[in-house]
Design a protein around this ligand. Structure first.
Ligand code: OGA
Ligand code: ZN
Ligand code: ZN
Length: 409
């Protein structure tokens, strides 16, 4: 039986016949599109994504679960018709259901390789462009703090820059404690950690965290000892050391990982497959903590792409829970990684009012040592945002049509 919302097919000349042999795997529905290339969709996918009121709830923009109470994977197309004028595809299904799909909706979900690639790099996440420190001047972009707070176009450009290059500099922020909160709230909300919402980086006698010394802070990622680590680091310079030190160091570690993959494949394999124990033991205010996360330095996704770097010399545990014979090869590989990270780093010194923002999953950062006296103080405020929040903001801004499609230089 047809569903209650069943409607008759418009009688159109373009009715297509479905041949039984075409219904074997992968059972594709061919949709002619006079304005561009014809489209193809798996029949089961179309049935699953029916847009009628029994299958889809417009109010929540989500699929209703009834079909899945007992999914019939053998469901197939009985009859298919297209209304080229109205740009609608009509389908009558073997389970008695009737569906219609606007062409505009179908085109956005077209399975062609070109369309899938467009969706992934334009809308899902802008494609990353990797860089060496020697190219830093070219990829560097500066944004004005006030403009970021008031102009959605600037906000979108900042987040796009962060997504593509992993680093962006904000200038002319007031020397106030709430700057990072305002910036994070423009994106969504701050990510809290064991060091609180915001954290103060300054030389403190008896500091319990290595960063809170005037000593050089070698290249690292923040909080590798968290399974769910903060994605974006923001560092606001309130006071800068007048001594020659306190210089920022930055390296695109995905770029370094690619060099390793190409030139030292065995060392790349070791760094991407040897789990390392990252740890942080201490106290911040009233909160006492002992964090451990065990994961490789180079973390890959199912397609072999880098998704996360873990690296911090002070926060690597002396527990190394791997078989004995894995230890020396790891040190050999890590020595290469650290040497390359230094080789491809860039350096610059922020001034008060600067907010350095960067991808903490991808870049390693550090600073040179500095003199710290009563008259010569360095004070950096730090905070984090999660990538989920940043990407979500970018998509919302794009859909609001603040900007046409952003392209990179
Ligand atoms: C940190 C850090 C950078 C700086 O505290 O983790 O990277 O410039 N600080 O002090
Ligand atoms: Zn339906
Ligand atoms: Zn840091």
């Amino acid at each position: 039986m047809f569903q209650a919302d069943r409607r008759e097919f418009p009688s159109l000349a373009s009715q297509l016949e479905v041949h039984p042999e075409e219904q074997d795997h992968p059972r594709l529905v061919e949709v002619p599109d006079p304005t561009r290339q014809d489209m193809q969709f798996p029949d089961i996918w179309l049935r699953d994504n029916c847009l009628c009121q029994d299958c889809f709830m417009p109010q929540t923009l989500s699929r209703l679960p009834q079909l899945w109470n007992n999914l019939d994977t053998s469901v197939r197309v009985l009859r298919q018709e297209v209304d080229v004028e109205q740009q609608v595809l009509y389908i009558e299904w073997s389970d008695g259901h009737f569906s219609q799909y606007p062409y505009s909706w179908l085109r956005e979900r077209d399975f062609s390789k070109a369309n899938r690639e467009r969706y992934l790099s334009d809308f899902y996440r802008p494609e990353q462009q990797l860089w060496s420190g020697r190219d830093f001047e070219q990829i560097r972009r500066v944004f004005n703090y006030q403009e970021l707070l008031t102009d959605d176009y600037e906000l979108q450009k900042w987040l796009h820059q962060l997504a593509v290059f992993g680093v962006a500099l904000v200038k002319e922020a007031p020397l106030q404690m709430d700057v990072l909160r305002h910036l994070c709230n423009r994106v969504g909300f701050m990510r809290r950690t064991t060091y609180g919402d915001e954290f103060s980086v300054r030389a403190q006698p008896g500091a319990s965290n290595y960063a809170y010394l005037a000593a050089p802070l070698p290249l690292h990622t923040d909080m590798p000892y968290f399974e769910y680590l903060p994605g974006v680091t923001l560092l606001h310079t309130l006071e800068q050391s007048a001594s020659p030190g306190g210089v920022n160091l930055l390296t695109d570690a995905f770029y370094v990982a690619d060099i390793l993959r190409e030139r030292y494949p065995e060392q790349f394999r070791v760094l991407s497959q040897t789990p390392v124990d990252w740890a942080d033991i201490g106290r911040d205010g009233d909160l006492q903590f002992h964090n451990i996360w065990r994961a490789p330095v180079i973390n890959l996704d199912a397609e072999g792409r880098c998704v996360r770097i873990n690296h911090s010399i002070p926060q690597r545990d002396s527990h190394f829970s791997v078989p004995l014979e894995h230890v020396r090869p790891w040190y050999e590989a890590m020595a290469t990684f650290v040497r390359l990270a230094q080789e491809h780093s860039c350096s610059f010194k922020t001034t008060p009012g600067d907010v350095l923002t960067f991808n903490n999953l991808r870049l390693v950062h550090g600073r040179t040592g500095y003199d710290d006296t009563d008259r010569n103080v360095r004070h950096i405020l730090g905070a984090f945002i999660d990538w989920d929040i940043v990407y979500s903001r970018l998509r919302v801004l794009r859909q609001a049509n603040v900007l046409p499609q952003l392209t990179h230089p």
